[in-house]
Ligand binder design. Structure first.
Ligand code: ATP
Length: 374
């Protein structure tokens, strides 16, 4: 079931919770709405479900206008952050509930209900627990029951609102993998809301990043992480180093460094900021051909496969972060206090007024001025 969201606006009083949102969710896709608290994710999910009606715009299910279609006719399954299982019912009865309350002419018979519930409990690997009560399960197991219960009525669309939000980090990480595997098995079009960037990037096929009721960017996790289209996405998704400067006629002057940014040819002496991910900073002992700055190592956190190195640039005393693989760290044999050459593999420059951005070109030159940064 593909879903089209077209120019959806929703106000609560004078407050615009959603501001002209448009996006397409493909059939069979696991789609994440990712954004900070209050950015409108849940409101959008509730509009897709039919729990809210937009003030303007429309929702199409497989090309058919469903904006005013009531919840019960949308065939959506729901999983919320707070376990909404019936405490007085066994796990089996919880999953069977949606089937037993169907109108008589659509209700499966007892044997069919039993078969379907047990198949779903096997799918979420809880068939051995069918006679238990929710209080006898862990938080993660209860969320798996909630998912089985939502799947029981054979929804065309699954909507998950921070489904793992109240679980501890290890269980969350396990359930993420498990949700992805389950989705690969069932291929039900699913939309899930999260404010956890790692969760969205690890699980989803595509991600929409929301901010103040608008969509900042839609893309695959790779695109969102590696090619952010706005400063907001850069800063919200992962760590980033910022360098302040100015751009004039396609050339960015970032303190000590001059960068060619052909896409910003129209800018005249405009304040701008360059964004560089920590893994795109390259460290070396020898000066390379490209532009590099000398900076001093102030800390090394060598845990797991990626080492985090903090460096201070003497020109402005700002701290920058670089991520290195364990092998590269061993190769460089770095210690705190060492002076290293720092260069950037990938840089994106945004004008501070938010009007335009550009990637740097190949042609990079060094100037004599100082590097400044935020
Ligand atoms: P969170 O991650 O905290 O759940 P969210 O991105 O899902 O946030 P929403 O729940 O969609 O955000 O809320 C968006 C904005 O709309 C918030 O500022 C919220 O206070 C407001 N809002 C949501 N529902 C209502 C309502 N029924 N009445 C008034 N304001 C509302």
């Amino acid at each position: 079931m593909d879903i089209s969201i077209r120019n959806v606006t929703k106000k609560f009083g004078n407050f615009k919770a959603l501001d002209d949102i448009s996006l397409e969710i493909k059939d069979g896709e696991l789609f994440a709405l990712l954004g900070p608290s209050g950015s409108g994710k849940t409101t959008l999910l509730r509009i897709i479900a039919g729990l809210e009606i937009p003030d303007a715009g429309s929702i199409l299910f497989h090309g058919q206008d469903a904006t005013l279609r009531p919840l019960r006719e949308r065939r959506v399954g729901f999983v919320f952050q707070h376990f909404a299982l019936f405490r007085h019912m066994t796990i089996f009865d919880n999953v069977a509930f949606g089937l037993r309350v169907k109108p008589r002419n659509q209700r499966p018979n007892k044997r069919e209900i039993r078969e379907r519930v047990m198949t779903l409990l096997q799918l979420v690997q809880l068939d051995a627990f069918s006679d238990r009560y929710p209080s006898q399960l862990s938080g993660g197991q209860r969320q798996r029951v909630a998912l089985a219960r939502a799947l029981a009525v054979e929804p065309q669309v699954m909507l998950l609102d921070e489904p793992f939000g109240s679980l501890d980090a290890r269980v969350r990480a396990e359930l993420r993998k498990w949700l992805r595997r389950l989705h690969d098995e069932l291929h039900i079009t699913s939309v899930f809301v999260t404010h956890d960037q790692e969760e969205a990037l690890e699980v989803a096929d595509r991600v929409a990043v929301t901010n103040e009721g608008r969509v900042e960017q839609i893309g695959t996790p790779y695109e969102i992480y590696n090619n952010p289209e706005s400063p907001f996405v850069y800063e919200f998704i992962g760590n980033v180093n910022l360098f302040r400067g100015r751009v004039s006629q396609g050339v960015a002057f970032m303190g000590d460094v001059k960068l060619m940014v052909p896409e910003l040819a129209d800018a005249i002496d405009s304040p701008a900021t360059a964004y560089v991910r920590p893994h795109d900073l390259n460290l070396s002992r020898e000066k390379r051909g490209e532009i590099s700055l000398m900076a001093k190592v102030v800390s090394i956190r060598d845990v797991g496969p990626v080492a985090r190195i903090e460096l201070v640039y003497p020109g402005n005393n700002k701290i920058y972060e670089a991520h290195l693989s364990a092998e590269r760290l061993a190769e460089l044999n770095i210690s705190v206090g060492d002076n290293l050459f720092v260069s950037a593999r990938r840089v994106k420059v945004f004008l501070n007024d938010g009007t335009k951005s550009g990637k740097i070109g190949r042609n990079i030159e060094k100037t004599n001025s100082e590097l400044t940064s935020v």
